[in-house]
Design a protein around this ligand. Structure first.
Ligand SMILES: [Zn+2]
Length: 149
């Protein structure tokens, strides 16, 4: 069941965004660069690209030495590079979208609001699947480098 969270950003704006409900380990909701570019639903354990990304990541600097938890965070942070873009051409990203009022991704609180009844887009990997292994590694490397600590 996909649910809507009532979110308050670090600057005090309130908005709602979708997320998989409790007990949906391995499921994720992804948004593009704004709340209108989503939500899309990802069942990671059924997606061979998710497993592929996890494996390729081990070849990036520092990743082999990370804990399982750190690696899980990293794959969630950069998995969007392996996904075709959202309908507005922005890149998908796992988790809540940026605040529609101020654009921050820092959220102060989030709480269950209600069941999400709207449409859910599908995640596809056409561009990724047609790329070479070296290209995929380059994309992952670039995405890793862009993460802010
Ligand atoms: Zn805000």
């Amino acid at each position: 069941m996909t649910i809507l969270y009532a979110i308050r950003c670090a600057n005090g704006h309130e908005f709602e965004a979708a997320d998989p409900g409790p007990g949906t380990y391995g499921d994720f909701v992804m948004y593009g660069d704004n709340i209108a570019a989503g939500p899309a639903y990802l069942v990671a354990i059924d997606d061979p690209v998710f497993a592929e990304v996890r494996k390729l990541l081990l070849e990036l600097p520092g990743v082999a030495a990370m804990s399982d938890m750190e690696r899980a965070d990293l794959v969630q942070a950069i998995f969007g590079v392996a996904c075709d873009p959202a309908p507005n051409r922005s890149s998908y990203r796992i988790g809540f979208p940026p605040c529609p009022s101020c654009g921050t991704r820092h959220f102060k609180t989030w709480a269950f609001a209600r069941k999400y009844e709207g449409p859910l887009l599908s995640i596809t990997h056409k561009t990724w699947n047609s790329a070479s292994r070296d290209q995929k590694l380059a994309w992952l490397h670039a995405a890793q480098a862009q993460l802010t600590p």
